[in-house]
Design a protein around this ligand. Structure first.
Ligand code: ZN
Length: 463
């Protein structure tokens, strides 16, 4: 009997973890951290509902922390098998997981210093940088399209998902005690026609499918975000202002660099200084260039012609804290890209302290801003935001470019589903807030496509 247990991203967006048990082998697909509300984050501290030592293998669809961030815990708690992922996912995990460990350590130190955790005066990090570093050698890269046996009777093969560099859907074949099954773990699905990455690969004949629902029922704005970016750059040039862009270090930053370079190349905008002030973005950019198996035709063509499509003419990577502080003296027009994308931490904070009181600055929001974050406050017109214990007045202009997204919207999800030769026998709708999952269920019902929304910790028999 083969079963699947939904240990995360069931009824919510984060914490992707699915336990596949064939009777002969146990494989964990995804090892994500829960993020957001406290009740979700507390799940990260709950004991594993299985013995990590009993796992044969793990599989990761892509490097985002809500799909990989619990791997250090799994290894610390006794998992001794290999973790299979694409080569680019392995490289990006090498940046993201140690960073996640450092953040956990910082948060614990902060909580102890501030006496936040009355109930646990010695707040312990969920895990530390050392735990993350110990997990990295267990990552075992598997190129797209190659099939590998990862546990007795279980094979995996990756297909491109177009979400971030290295992202994949994971096709798992499981021959256990029962009938052999083919299951497609959809991971996170990217956009069609996005720069740098290829479109999601078409669906396959499978017995069971897990499909994300982050933007189910929603449409991304029409038109390319590059047009909005062009208008903002033109405005900055006219007003001699600074465009300050809180940006995710991996994915979004590279996409913006691509667009700026492209706008410059076609003469749509003048060449202006672009500063990337995020050590992780600085490290991730060469990884984006190196993994040619992840590039779309346009990106491949540019690279083959000897161009660097991620390098605007006047690009400067800023690595040291001193260089970062020195940017305070820089005048517009220019672009400063810095993390984090929702202004919850990182170097963007000191730029905001310095630039928010300045009316010549535009803070350009280019990603989703979760409720309660500083980015969200700015987006919603807050007159001040609190940073490092001080209320900083917002005199800068705040603008949102909403076209950037790494996730398929409703039309794109439907387009991908239409590439399947037939609806699988079972489809599980995961990785969405309850309202999005409900919208996804309505769509599947209209398509006459059997689908269900699993509950957290629910275990279902597949065959
Ligand atoms: Zn993702």
């Amino acid at each position: 009997m083969t079963s699947i247990r939904f240990l995360g991203a069931a009824g919510t967006v984060t914490g992707s973890r699915y336990l596949l048990d064939t009777g002969r082998a146990r494989v964990l697909v995804e090892a994500g951290l829960f993020q957001g509300r406290k009740e979700l984050r507390l799940r990260n501290r709950a004991p594993w509902p299985f013995d990590p030592e009993s796992l044969d293998a793990a599989v990761l669809t892509h490097a985002h922390i809500d799909h990989t961030g619990a791997l250090p815990l799994l290894v610390r708690d006794g998992f001794r098998g290999r973790t299979h992922c694409t080569p680019a996912t392995r490289d990006l995990c090498g940046l993201l997981l140690p960073d996640s460990g450092r953040l956990q350590e910082e948060e614990a130190r902060y909580a102890n210093r501030k006496g936040f955790s009355k109930h646990a005066p010695n707040a312990q990090p969920l895990y530390g940088e050392e735990d993350a570093l110990a997990a990295l050698p267990r990552l075992s890269p598997l190129p797209y399209g190659e099939r590998r046996e990862i546990a007795p009777g279980v094979t995996v093969r990756f297909h491109r998902a177009g979400h971030i560099l290295g992202s994949a859907t994971a096709e798992v074949e499981a021959a256990g005690d029962g009938r052999p099954l083919r299951i497609l773990f959809g991971g996170d699905l990217g956009r069609y026609g996005a720069p740098i990455l290829p479109d999601p690969e078409p669906g396959l004949p499978v017995d069971a499918l897990l499909v994300e629902s982050t933007y189910a029922g929603k449409r991304h704005p029409e038109g390319s975000p590059a047009e909005g970016l062009q208008a903002e750059v033109e405005r900055a040039v006219t007003t001699r202002g600074v465009l300050l862009v809180p940006s995710f270090a991996i994915g979004r930053t590279q996409e913006i660099l691509f667009d700026v370079r492209e706008l410059e190349r076609t003469g749509a905008i003048p060449e202006l200084p672009v500063y990337v002030d995020s050590p992780m973005a600085v490290d991730a950019t060469p990884i984006y260039l190196a993994h040619r198996e992840d590039h779309d035709q346009e990106m491949a063509r540019r690279l083959a012609a000897g161009e660097d499509p991620l390098r605007p003419a006047r690009l400067a990577f800023v690595r040291s804290p001193e260089q970062s502080k020195a940017l305070n003296g820089v005048r517009g027009p220019c672009l400063i890209l810095s993390a984090s994308g929702m202004a919850t931490g990182g170097r963007i904070l000191h730029h905001l302290v310095h630039r928010l009181p300045d009316p010549s600055t535009t803070v350009l929001l280019v990603g989703y801003q979760a409720e309660g974050t500083r980015g969200w406050s700015l987006q919603n017109g807050a007159p001040t935001v609190r940073i490092h214990g001080q209320d900083v007045p917002v005199r800068a202009r705040v603008a949102t470019l909403s076209g950037f997204s790494a996730h398929a919207d409703e039309a794109e999800l439907s387009r991908w589903l239409a590439t399947f030769p037939a609806p699988p026998r079972r489809t599980f709708l995961v990785h969405g807030e309850p309202s999005a999952l409900a919208a996804a269920k309505v769509r599947m019902d209209l398509l006459g496509w059997p689908a269900q929304v699993p509950h957290h910790l629910e275990e279902l028999t597949l065959a």
